[in-house]
Design a protein around this ligand. Structure first.
Ligand SMILES: Cc1ncc(COP(=O)(O)O)c(C=O)c1O
Length: 453
């Protein structure tokens, strides 16, 4: 008698045919990476994956094998990999002119700035374009310091704001911080996420008590005035952690009492990903003074931005400030295409609908799999935290790794995060379908079953 191999989930069909790959072999690429690329660039997976083509929510390796991408190049591919209309728009721009700098007029730069102003609450209507989220946060903090005349900045524990020397100071994870920082005057306030809060009570009570920590920091650790408070509406790298909506409302009010500006880091949460809203901060009913953006704004092109009020922006005009690639015609064309495609393809609404299906599915998995301790997030910014014991909440780091590897074997790429590496981070391109969600849930069910055995 032969034993039947257990059937594995089957990926939904897709009609894109990847081109035959003719470049260097995976082994050669790996060897070059090891020899010539900086050793701090790390690779995912025990057997690193080589990706040579992408189409919408799918990626293809050098053999033509298809993967469902539920991590989107770290929450960056918003519209879809090589989305045909995105490609068309960029190719058209590339054929005309690829670089000028902002010292000359080009329509794309103000056109994109105007489109962003149209997406923001009234008053937030001037934008500075840069190339990365780290740069955007550095610039935001610089503007806040110059505008307020204060130096101290409060960020939130477990947050990630970048890896430049400045933004690394804002980041609150030992794993991402070098012992060589230049950003002075940064303080980290208690995290409002109820799952691991030291406080007990409802999520709203925990949010209030966490916000009160900001007042304590100002009173005990600063000259009684602050330049800014910066927070991600949903922490991404930290493992999809978030407080109740009153957290940002109270945190912003306290910050403003002490003269500070409020910065929303929308690098991961912006551009419709949370489903209900275009910006993450809208979920808390707050209006920031400065909004920083990157990742989804460019669908993978190096584009980032800082939008603020004119009077705050004026603070930066006291010296010459210049960014060679910021406002570049190609990145601006990318940004304009992203904004159009989000509207035309209904991607925010899709994030709400399929994200709701995915979250409900993850909660259902939690009811059957003891490893899942918490399911969090909104829209297509979701996380599942794995623990060895639901009482002690001991992080299931090794098990997370095993689930993540097993998912890849079955063709599903997801992220992982949290300071203990025990959160499955699920943030796909916003064009995924209900069939993709069902496949991903079957894969995770299968992977969890294998690991829990
Ligand atoms: C919330 C947040 N802010 C800022 C950054 C830094 O962006 P970049 O890597 O483009 O510098 C990241 C990157 O992951 C992020 O997740």
């Amino acid at each position: 008698m032969t034993t039947m191999a257990p059937s594995r989930p089957v990926m939904p069909p897709h009609d894109h045919a990847p081109r035959p790959y003719t470049g260097p072999s995976r082994q050669e690429v790996l060897a070059m990476r090891r020899q010539f690329c900086h050793p701090s660039t790390f690779l995912y997976y025990r057997e690193p994956l080589m990706v040579v083509e992408g189409h919408m929510q799918y990626l293809y390796d050098e053999t033509g094998r298809r993967y469902l991408d539920f991590f989107a190049g770290i929450v960056t591919v918003s519209c879809g990999h090589s989305h045909p209309r995105f490609v068309e728009r960029l190719q058209a721009q590339l054929a005309l002119i690829q670089h000028t700098t902002t010292i000359y007029l080009h329509p794309n730069f103000p056109l994109m700035a105007r489109r962003l102003a149209g997406k923001m609450p009234p008053g937030l209507d001037v934008t500075y374009f840069v190339n990365s989220g780290s740069e955007a946060n550095d610039l935001a903090v610089m503007m806040a310091r110059l505008f307020t005349g204060n130096n101290d900045v409060i960020a939130v524990r477990n947050g990630y704001h970048g890896g430049s020397p400045g933004s690394m100071g804002l980041t609150s994870h030992a794993t991402w911080k070098f012992p060589a920082q230049v950003n002075q005057g940064i303080h980290h306030a208690l995290n409002p996420d109820p799952y691991r809060s030291p406080f007990r009570g409802t999520a709203e009570e925990i949010a209030s008590r966490s916000a009160a920590d900001i007042r304590d920091i100002v009173r005990f650790s600063t000259p009684g005035k602050v330049a800014a408070f910066i927070a991600e509406p949903i922490q991404g790298v930290g493992g999809t952690t978030l407080g109740a909506p009153n957290y940002l409302r109270e945190a912003y009010a306290i910050t403003r009492e002490y003269g500070g500006l409020c910065i929303a880091d929308e690098v991961q949460t912006g551009f419709g990903r949370t489903g209900d809203h275009f910006w993450g901060f809208e979920g808390s009913g707050v209006v920031p003074d400065i909004v920083t953006m990157a990742k989804g704004i460019g669908n993978g092109l190096p584009l980032a931005a800082v939008t603020t009020r004119r009077e705050i922006a004026e603070a930066l005009t006291q010296r010459i400030h210049f960014n060679t690639y910021g406002g570049n015609p190609i990145s601006m064309a990318a940004g304009l295409a992203v904004l159009d495609i989000i509207e035309e393809d209904g991607l925010q609404e899709n994030s709400r609908v399929v994200g709701g299906r995915l979250k409900a599915g993850l909660q259902e998995l939690m009811s059957r799999h003891r490893l899942i301790g918490d399911v969090r997030g909104k829209g297509l910014m979701l996380g599942a935290e794995l623990v060895r014991d639901r009482e002690t909440k001991e992080p299931a780091t090794q098990e997370t790794l095993a689930v993540w590897e097993a998912a890849r074997e079955m063709g599903l790429l997801i992220g992982k995060g949290g300071i203990d590496g025990n959160v499955l981070r699920i943030k796909p391109p916003m064009c995924i379908t209900a069939a993709d969600v069902d496949f991903a849930l079957d894969v995770l069910d299968d992977a969890l079953t294998r690991v829990e055995r």
